[in-house]
Design a protein around this ligand. Sequence first.
Ligand SMILES: Cc1cc2nc3c(=O)[nH]c(=O)nc-3n(C[C@H](O)[C@H](O)[C@H](O)COP(=O)(O)OP(=O)(O)OC[C@H]3O[C@@H](n4cnc5c(N)ncnc54)[C@H](O)[C@@H]3O)c2cc1C
Ligand code: SF4
Length: 430
Amino acid sequence: MSANNHYDVIIIGTGAGGGTLAHSLAPSGKKILLLERGDYVPREKDNWDTRAVNVEGKYQTKEVWRDKDGKPLHPHTNYYVGGNTKFYGAALFRLRKEDFGELRHKDGISPSWPLSYDDLEPYYTRAEHLYHVHGQRGEDPTEPYAGVPYPYPAVSHEPRIQKLHDDLEKCGLKPFHVPIGVMLDEQNRHKSPCIRCSTCDGHPCLMYAKSDAQVLCVDPALERDNVTLLTNARVTRLETSPSGREVAKIMVDRNGAVEEYSANFVVVSCGAINSAALLLRSANEHHPSGLANSSGVVGRHYMGHVNSILMAISKEPNPTVFQKTLGLNDYYFGSEEYEYPMGHISFVGKLDAATLSAGAPAIVPGMTLDIMAKHSLDFWLTSEDLPHPDNRITLDSDGNIVLSYKPNNQESHKRLISKLKGLMNSIGCH
Ligand SMILES: Cc1cc2nc3c(=O)[nH]c(=O)nc-3n(C[C@H](O)[C@H](O)[C@H](O)COP(=O)(O)OP(=O)(O)OC[C@H]3O[C@@H](n4cnc5c(N)ncnc54)[C@H](O)[C@@H]3O)c2cc1C
Ligand code: SF4
């Protein structure tokens, strides 16, 4: 292999993990190569078109995975420079201090991490600065301590969400401003890169004002001569040295041609599923179950959360543009009548009729989808699932991804839904 193809560090994948790492390592002057299977998201009007994005899935991979019964799965994942952060909702929470310890859930134990919150606190602070996080400490009853305030003020609630906030407070709850990574300057709207639009969650940002890994990490890292990015470069396999102890070659399919690279350090950061798949796909005589997998744990214990979108419809219209400003964690660790963690409540981006036509919710009598969307508060509810060993990524005989996943811990999620329904009924939304 030519010396030109050898690097100090090769980072596979440019999403939240790989992109952020590239940004941190770039000032070291080390020779760094980023290998990214996707290209830049094309900047075009469809970026902000809910039909193109939510109904047609224009930017999602067309790759087909299989479930454990061999049925096709169409993953809602995106292969681009910046990875899924190009499309994420940019709600940038710290995990709770308790999340790092052992937590008892209805369906079993969520084991403790080998790291504590204290170990990571300084890195959360750095990440919040890098990702321009807006927020207000002291509002969220579950938030862990932080060394410094959020670097930017909380994103304000629009009037309908402020009213909901006030109604929830009257019920004795502690709604809070969701920490959000956007480059928004509410005091100087004419100069603000973010225009506070309705197509943020799930969409790429046409203004490059969302705090994503391409805009804030990869692009600035590439301004340095020591950092190189190859797009459309899918890593197909990691080959080890004859001893089996080092990664000797990184095999890449770049626009249909096979290329080889090597590095002193290789970072696999292609997302939870593709990272496991790459290690499994790299099995050889020294590592018959895949790389780093003598334990058999690679690909196992896959967690996806238990999630729901709940629309609460009231007579009062909801003209909110940017809806994801309010969160509720009062039931995160349980409630007086239920001792197990239930989860978190916040919002998705404002739903419209086009998006609803894809999700087909139960129609409210006398309302069209359009009227429903104009009157709904569109909640996002998320609860923990447990890391079951049979929820796992494997490969089929052609090396394609098989995702076996059976949801668990659903009782707690049902309780969370029921709590929110009760609250909405009490304040006149159904
Ligand atoms: C619609 C949506 C909304 C979300 N909202 C939020 C939110 O509000 N808050 C939050 O915290 N999280 C959110 N998330 C989740 C968040 O985006 C992910 O947790 C995060 O991006 C994961 O980072 P990652 O680096 O592990 O993977 P990714 O960001 O997925 O990056 C992996 C990269 O690896 C590349 N890759 C994969 N395989 C290969 C290969 N073989 N060779 C080369 N490159 C490869 C991919 O193309 C991709 O660029 C959301 C996700 C989605 C899809
Ligand atoms: S302009 Fe602001 S609200 Fe709209 S997509 Fe960009 S970051 Fe999100």
